[in-house]
Design a protein around this ligand. Structure first.
Ligand code: SIN
Length: 327
């Protein structure tokens, strides 16, 4: 029996996703509506949770109830605020977040970039999800929730992570890599951070630390996020998309940044490259990333376009938005 002093809370913040989804037939794993079941109900359906909690208290809060394809900056701001409040509480051991798989990597990277280093270097923030709805014949959500709690309560655990299908990924590296399989995430070249096996965590490398250049942004005061778009290079590419984005549009905030998902090792069609130079001249920040799922841009060519430091296009976009906010 734990002493009163060592009993802490594990706080689960619900945001929706397939983990909270429902279909009209248990055999249907794709024709469902995401974000239908409340987080408290999801937690009540996990066999074995009491054992993994080992006396800790599980509490939940519904921060949003959305399909993560519709993730918004407003939800990110609420989430950041709630995660911060809970991490600051002495009686909270860890924060979990249930999230749709589609933009989980962006939310994880956003939180990794903006949560105070002193908090995430001391306590874990674990995002989890599911590829099958809660109504499925064989849902993956309950196991993922159990594994996420096991990770969160592992002594010494800290940093922002994602747990799915028995793998633990760091926010910096996690990327959705499959459209259907339950093991839908990869950490690319870095490989997973840990495995979860029957609630035991086998750590493969150190728990993640906050970045050294943590974004210093008072999120509660941010109203207008800088507009940063992603463009891609492909066969038959042209200047058309970039040139169109540079045009003022009524009711749309002016373009502040562009991330290019370049081909291979950062290469671009000459016409796209010329358009991106025009963007630079117009005062738009340009970051060069790659559309390859693994590896980073290493080439010394196109030095006028800053590279994304190994970040995928979607994460590079988040990083650039935060940088522009700080400027
Ligand atoms: C979502 O991202 O909210 C729906 C898809 C999923 O969770 O797998």
């Amino acid at each position: 029996m734990k002493s009163q002093k060592s009993i802490k809370k594990v706080v689960v913040l619900g945001t929706g996703g397939t983990i909270a989804g429902k279909a009209s037939h248990a055999s249907d794993n794709i024709g469902y509506t995401a974000a239908q079941v409340g987080v408290a109900e999801l937690l009540a359906q996990v066999p074995g949770m009491v054992g993994v909690l080992a006396g800790h208290l599980l509490v939940s809060e519904q921060v949003a109830q959305i399909d993560s394809k519709d993730m918004s900056f407003a939800v990110w701001q609420s989430l950041l605020q709630r995660v911060t409040v809970h991490l600051q509480a002495e009686d909270v051991a860890a924060v979990l977040i249930t999230h749709g798989t589609d933009t989980l990597e962006e939310t994880a990277f956003f939180l990794h970039s903006v949560l105070p280093a002193a908090l995430i270097n001391a306590k874990p923030v674990v995002l989890t999800c599911a590829m099958r709805p809660a109504s499925s014949l064989s849902p993956d959500g309950p196991q993922n929730l159990l594994d996420a709690v096991a990770v969160a309560l592992t002594p010494g655990a800290h940093g922002v992570m994602a747990v799915c299908a028995g793998s633990v990924h760091a926010a910096l590296e996690v990327q959705k890599s499959h459209t259907y399989r339950t093991d839908a995430f990869s950490s690319g070249d870095a490989g997973p951070l840990a495995w979860v096996e029957e609630s035991a965590v086998r750590l493969l490398r150190n728990w993640p630390l906050a970045p050294l250049d943590q974004a210093q942004i008072a999120m509660n005061t941010v109203v207008n996020w800088p507009r940063v778009e992603i463009v891609m290079n492909y066969a038959g590419g042209s200047a058309a998309v970039v040139d169109a984005l540079l045009q003022p549009m009524p009711g749309v905030s002016p373009l502040r940044g562009l991330v290019v998902a370049a081909t291979g090792n950062g290469t671009m069609h000459q016409d796209l490259e010329a358009a991106l130079r025009r963007a630079l001249q117009a005062g738009v920040r340009v970051l060069r990333s790659t559309r390859c799922a693994q590896g980073r841009v290493l080439t010394a060519q196109h030095a006028e376009f800053a590279h994304s430091n190994g970040l995928s296009p979607v994460k590079a976009r988040v990083a650039l938005m935060l940088e522009l906010m700080e400027a």
